[in-house]
Design a protein around this ligand. Structure first.
Ligand code: 15L
Length: 270
């Protein structure tokens, strides 16, 4: 019979925007939800364990992972930032996580990758998981690195990962780009559930989007996950299209990664 519940599930980044949602929605998937973040997490609720942890601290991450059957890795910097910040939280952080997973025999990780791994594709391009990556900044580069880390740890140590290239996961889509990229909280939760419990995923890359009408991404190579999104950005279209349209050469209209493609440079002031 297929597994539907994990003994102890680790959720990193639990104080973040999506982490706070998942703290609630992942609870039925585990006996105990271990929550971590570099920021405070409030009081522990029933079936929760709280552990403040800086992902750049190798020993702290090792202790964090010990005793967990699976990990949902939402932790790290979630926007474009100077390289040194990304280096600590995202690049060293994902290395520390996979090393800890290897040492403590964790068999499954769901990795919060991002559409910014392919953000410099144009909005007229159509992609699938085998399209070459095209990161739109240091943040996007760190997500490509995380996906490659997952690939290596599967090939070398058999640790399975589902890397979700999350689109725009917010309560409601707010702009034209999000009509394509929106991932409702319910669909994010369902996709994570598929990522945790589908057998034999190896390293699977899946684009995290709801059942939106016009999409840039094709999930044919993640069909084995059986993910069926329940929501769509379509009911929000009329309200969004009533807003003034950005100029034709505005990055939010040209590139899949939108404003992320125009961040930086960060180094000139140093
Ligand atoms: C992301 O990866 C970010 O974490 C989030 O803040 C959004 O900007 C999202 O992508 C997006 O592209 O809409």
């Amino acid at each position: 019979m297929e597994e539907t519940r994990i003994g102890r599930l680790l959720l990193t980044g639990a104080a973040g925007g999506l982490g706070q949602v998942l703290r609630r929605t992942l609870k039925p998937m585990a006996e105990v939800l271990r929550l971590s973040d570099v920021h405070p997490l409030g009081d522990a609720q029933p079936h929760e364990e709280l552990q403040v942890c800086d992902l750049s601290d190798k020993q702290a991450v090792d202790a964090l992972v010990q005793g967990c059957g699976a990990v949902v890795h939402m932790g790290g910097v979630s926007v474009e930032r100077p390289f040194d910040e990304i280096l600590e939280a995202n690049i060293k952080g994902v290395f520390h996580l996979y090393e800890a997973a290897r040492r403590h025999q964790v068999r499954r990780i769901v990795f919060a990758s991002s559409n910014h791994a392919v953000g410099f594709y144009r909005q007229s391009d159509r992609l699938d998981a085998r399209s070459p990556t095209r990161p739109d900044g240091y943040y996007g580069l760190s997500k490509v690195y995380g996906e490659q880390m997952a690939s290596f740890y599967y090939d070398r140590y058999g640790i399975e990962t589902v890397s979700i290239r999350i689109g725009t996961s917010v309560a409601e889509p707010l702009d034209r780009r999000a009509l394509h990229t929106w991932l409702s909280f319910g669909d994010l939760t369902e996709l994570i559930r598929c990522g945790l419990f589908t057998p034999d995923v190896g390293h699977t890359v899946v684009f995290g989007m709801s059942d939106n009408k016009e999409v840039w991404w094709d999930n044919r190579y993640a069909a084995h996950l059986g993910f069926v999104p329940a929501d769509s950005s379509e009911p929000f279209r009329a309200r969004i299209e009533a807003q003034p349209a950005p100029a034709a050469d505005d990055p939010v209209r040209v590139y899949q990664g939108g404003v992320f493609t125009a961040r930086g440079p960060f180094e000139d002031a140093n």
